[in-house]
Write a protein that binds this ligand. Structure first.
Ligand SMILES: *Cc1c(COP(=O)(O)O)cnc(C)c1O
Length: 462
């Protein structure tokens, strides 16, 4: 499989090259040149298989040519062995027709472990074969950073630098990033918000001297390998509720549009997904856009679902690419307009987006109310991001089609909001119960490209 850029100007790459690169050199994002399609029989045959086997069958067409069959099976096995649940992504029932897909059984208690644990193993195998090393720099609103650090710590071919907005991540998230003792792990608390961190990361990738000098690699949700890993649980969940013989819908708490874009690819691969519902908090650029108001940046307002406090959704570019008929020139132009605040989406592209996506926005009060209501009516204590999803899902539920809401984090990752809403303190799983005792290690740094690049150059291993 070849990979192409959404902006049409970067060279075609193999899966391995696209994974090691992250962002394309024309500023675009990599996508497979063709989306592989699974037949109805192939999808039906997934029912009842272990998660790892489903993962292999769904992802194989995307990676073949870069990895061997047995090699890839071993990578998948290692990626998910540290999960706290044999089903990896268990499905729970909330009411007659509404289900929760629990994606927080991995080592850092959020769905990002599904992709990051896989990417860690893929990088290790690829770099070992090449005799190479890379510097991974990631920007995080909280969960990506901890998942990346957990996936890459201790690997000798990799240094990991994680930029997070100082004072804007939860204490559990911060401690998951600042307490690993491995010398290849570097947590950087940036004086700015998440969009500043993400912008600094993009600027580093566009500084080719720096990029080549430190062998920069990105594992943010722009990395196609991350999107790929997330396609799998749409299949595992849908077949366990009767797909391909029955349609299902998904509601996805969304920030950078990575998780829900994986659902879009699952649909294009042949999975009978009826609706894909985008759920946002008060940082609602995606909801405004899908409501026909154009794609215009607002100010990021901190919320109790901080992993979705995003006003520029980087993976939305991928959805726009398909909505604009795979026209890289049109996407490059829109992204130029975005630098000056935003753009209106053409009527044809809006119609294409609406064929797959619905959307809704949830206020802070509604989030708290939904946590309380879900505990009272379904005996589930949910994290604030998941609550945003549940609320929007209930508004979009169609009685004939099961709705699956993605439970993106464990409630113990966001204990203050969960306790405020429900009166219950969500305990950490026992394997992490000493998190509050471990010493922290972090560098506070200005929101300044020069300062960041300088720090990274001085701290990579020789
Ligand atoms: C990252 C994250 C999201 C948003 O996912 P995207 O792929 O950025 O849309 C939602 N919930 C939690 C808990 C997250 O960590």
């Amino acid at each position: 499989m070849k990979y192409i850029s959404t902006r049409g100007q970067a060279p075609e790459l193999t899966f391995e090259e696209a994974m090691l690169t992250g962002l394309a050199r024309d500023g675009g994002l990599y996508l497979p040149a063709e989306i592989p399609v699974m037949s109805q029989d192939e999808i039906a045959a997934l029912a009842g298989l272990p998660y790892e086997e489903i993962a292999f069958r769904v992802m194989w067409p995307y990676v073949s040519g870069s990895f061997g069959e047995d090699e890839f099976k071993e990578i998948i096995a290692r990626a998910y062995e540290g999960f706290g649940h044999d089903a990896r992504a268990p499905l729970k029932q909330l009411n007659e027709n509404h289900f929760l897909l629990e994606l927080f059984q991995g080592p850092t208690l959020a769905f990002k472990d599904f992709a990051m644990q896989l990417i860690g193993q893929l990088f290790q195998v690829a770099l070992k074969r090449r005799g190479d090393r890379v510097t991974i720099v990631g920007a995080t609103s909280g969960d990506t950073g901890s998942a990346a650090i957990e996936a890459f710590r201790g690997l000798d071919a990799v240094d990991v630098f994680i930029l997070y907005p100082h004072g804007r991540v939860s204490e559990v998230q911060r401690r998951q990033m600042t307490t690993p003792a491995d010398s290849n792990v570097h947590a950087l608390a940036v004086d700015g918000d998440f969009d500043d961190c993400q912008a600094a990361l993009k600027d580093m990738f566009n500084d080719f001297d720096f990029r080549d000098g430190v062998k920069l690699a990105g594992v943010n949700s722009i990395n196609f390998a991350r999107v790929l890993a997330q396609i799998v649980y749409y299949f595992s969940a849908a077949v366990s509720l009767g797909a391909p013989h029955r349609k299902v819908s998904f509601t996805v708490p969304t920030g950078n549009f990575g998780d829900i874009f994986a659902g879009y690819l699952a649909k294009r691969m042949g999975l009978p997904i009826d609706r894909l519902v985008v759920a946002t908090n008060q940082n609602d650029i995606l909801h405004r856009c899908l409501s026909g108001e154009g794609y215009f940046k607002g100010d990021t307002i901190p919320s109790i679902s901080p992993s979705m406090d995003i006003q520029v959704s980087s993976n939305f570019e991928r959805a726009l690419y398909y909505a604009y008929g795979e026209d890289g020139g049109a996407i490059a132009q829109l992204m130029d307009e975005l630098k000056n605040g935003g753009f209106n989406v053409s009527q044809g592209a809006m119609e294409a987006l609406r064929e797959s996506f619905d959307s809704g926005r949830v206020s802070e009060d509604e989030t708290l109310e939904t946590i309380k209501h879900t505990l009272a009516h379904s005996a589930e204590l949910v994290c604030p991001h998941t609550a945003v999803g549940i609320k929007v899902a209930e508004e979009h539920r169609d009685t004939g089609v099961p709705m699956i809401t993605l439970a993106t984090a464990h409630p113990a990752k966001f204990p203050a909001a969960v306790e405020k809403a429900s009166g219950e303190h969500p305990p950490l799983p026992s394997r992490m119960s000493d998190l509050y005792e471990r010493p922290e290690r972090v560098t506070r740094i200005a929101n300044d490209l020069g300062a960041l690049e300088d720090h990274i150059k001085r701290h990579i291993a020789e």
